[in-house]
Design a protein around this ligand. Structure first.
Ligand SMILES: [Zn+2]
Ligand SMILES: [Zn+2]
Length: 264
């Protein structure tokens, strides 16, 4: 994906599967998936791509999210992140920054491994509200605390919308999690918005009132999605969510559609 002079490259880690009808619904409609069956597999599952993005900007080698890790269970299969990164010519020690859209397990898998940081020279950046929610809070999940606490002395949290690297801006979009952040990549008048889990399927972008069971604050998540969708429909901005291929929002015949980017 070329954004002006910058390349935004997917770093593949694996796949996840979630039952579409159980995790995403549209209030007031009994089977809202009926018109979107093509987005589910034969078993009714949503296939989630897992991984992150690599953005090289100036001297910085930036990862946005760090995959699911070596988890291999009935729903989530990771493990390929570091190989994918090597395929793009990047060794773990080359990474200067790891930015997290949020701190759910499927975005921080390669942050640490057995208590050791995986990217030894990187600064880890995340919104303060997610660090508080997932690491510092008294009811934080033990698994998340174990995974993330080794980052404590290399993590830099941010609290306001800010530029983190040339052409890379953070925009706070709370709802999915308290500190959820969209990273805006911009160069030469072109933009890509790295959405994290603002949406898990294109259905939430074409119709932002859909609800995901993963959203910590569903009302806030819906508000963020609606504003983003309104601001991006019929604009050339590329929307790149964490779990489905990138595309653009456009109005076709009076209806909002999400059109995946052409391959190649
Ligand atoms: Zn998430
Ligand atoms: Zn996710």
């Amino acid at each position: 994906m070329k954004i002006g002079a910058l390349a935004v490259e997917p770093v593949h880690d694996g796949y996840g599967y979630e039952p579409g009808r159980e995790v995403l619904s549209r209030p007031g409609v009994s089977d809202a998936w009926a018109c979107h069956e093509h987005l589910l597999d034969d078993a009714g599952n949503l296939e989630l791509t897992l991984g992150g993005f690599l953005v090289r900007t100036g001297a910085r080698v930036v990862l946005v999210d760090a995959g699911v890790g070596t988890i291999n269970n009935d729903k989530y299969h990771g493990g390929q992140f570091l190989e994918s990164l090597r395929g793009l010519g990047v060794e773990p020690a080359d990474v200067t920054d790891v930015l997290f859209t949020h701190l759910h397990f499927d975005h921080v898998g390669w942050a640490t491994k057995k208590g050791e940081v995986v990217f030894p020279n990187a600064t880890y950046r995340v919104h303060r509200a997610d660090w508080a929610h997932f690491v510092e809070s008294s009811d934080a999940e033990p698994g998340a605390v174990r995974k993330l606490s080794p980052l404590a002395d290399r993590a830099e949290t941010f609290e306001s919308d800010t530029t983190l690297a040339p052409g890379l801006d953070a925009r706070h979009t709370p709802g999915h999690t308290p500190g959820s952040t969209v990273f805006v990549v911009s160069s030469e008048g072109q933009r890509a918005l790295l959405l994290g889990d603002v949406a898990h399927s294109p259905v939430e972008l074409t119709d932002p009132v859909w609800e995901a069971v993963f959203d910590v604050d569903p009302a806030a998540a819906k508000k963020v999605r609606s504003e983003l969708v309104d601001a991006c429909t019929d604009y050339p901005d590329v929307l790149a969510a964490a779990h489905f291929p990138p595309g653009r929002l456009m109005t076709v015949g009076g209806e909002r559609r999400f059109r995946f980017l052409e391959k190649g």
